[in-house]
Write a new protein. Structure first.
Length: 283
């Protein structure tokens, strides 16, 4: 059996063109053993390599496949655990796993993917508390499909067959994400907005209200493509007319994921007019 304490040294380089500092970081070896494809996503916090925050994409052979700069990181030095017996809050998860992992959890919640937390042999399961918190994020009308949260011991991870689930290591490494790479800036904004409220319990209400708005926007798109194709430009216009707000590309990409995974609609029905025009010209 592979020791969960064994690690692989990975050389990361800050993607900031004015920095480019390098640092060896340790990634648990067992995370690579259950990775058939894709990459591990490792958040390199400010102060580890340099003063910048970034994500390193590490392939299953331990090689760097790319980076993503983080323009707006949550200051973890100001985040302290709530330390309330029997309950867990947003800042507890951030202080334990980091903001990128929690942003990924929010995306999993929005898309209705199971979430699995890996834990050490000595660590107690927090499944019930985390599950309660995440399901509090869901508006009541969407609680027909509750957020599925579970834990697996590190030593048992290699024995499992996982594909359609978000998997997070004890240190916040994304061992598996069931969606194609997407910016999580909107999810991070949700976290920042919630943290602006000092009362931990009230943060859940803020999160619930924001997610309800997002689901309404996703349902609007789902209905527009239910029985017919639509050009993206036309969809953006209809969205703006309906909700009196612009539909930014980053937000649209997130909504597409929700429509695809939670509402099970074919987002390929959203067409790009310039592509169709090009095809017509070729034929």
């Amino acid at each position: 059996m592979q020791d969960s304490q064994e690690s692989i040294e990975v050389l990361v380089e800050c993607p900031n063109p004015n920095c480019n500092k390098t640092k060896h970081i340790s990634v648990p070896k067992y995370l690579f053993g259950n990775k058939k494809m894709g990459t591990l996503k490792v958040q390199v916090h400010a102060g580890i390599c340099c003063e910048h925050e970034f994500i390193a994409f590490v392939s299953n052979d331990g090689k760097i496949r790319g980076y993503e700069s983080i323009d707006m990181a949550i200051d973890l030095s100001k985040i302290k655990k709530a330390a309330i017996e029997g309950k867990i809050f947003i800042r507890d998860l951030i202080s334990t796993y980091g903001d990128y992992a929690l942003s990924s959890c929010l995306h999993a919640i929005l898309c209705n993917f199971p979430i699995i937390f890996l834990r050490t042999e000595s660590e107690k399961s927090k499944t019930a508390m985390i599950s309660h918190l995440f399901n509090q994020f869901l508006p009541e009308i969407y609680r027909k499909n509750l957020v599925q949260v579970s834990t697996i011991k590190e030593e048992d991870y290699l024995k499992t067959q996982i594909s359609e689930a978000l998997v997070i290591s004890p240190t916040g490494v994304l061992a598996n994400s069931p969606w194609e790479h997407i910016s999580l800036n909107i999810e991070k904004d949700l976290i920042n907005n919630a943290l602006s409220i000092l009362d931990d319990s009230s943060q859940e209400i803020i999160m619930q209200q924001e997610i309800e708005k997002i689901f309404k926007h996703a349902e609007f798109i789902a209905k527009k493509i239910e029985n017919k194709d639509i050009y993206e430009e036309d969809l953006i216009k209809k969205f703006k007319k309906e909700f009196k707000k612009p539909l930014r590309e980053e937000y649209l990409n997130m909504l597409k994921d929700i429509v695809k995974y939670r509402f099970k609609k074919d987002v390929n029905r959203i067409k790009i007019r310039s592509f169709d025009t090009l095809k017509e010209g070729l034929w």
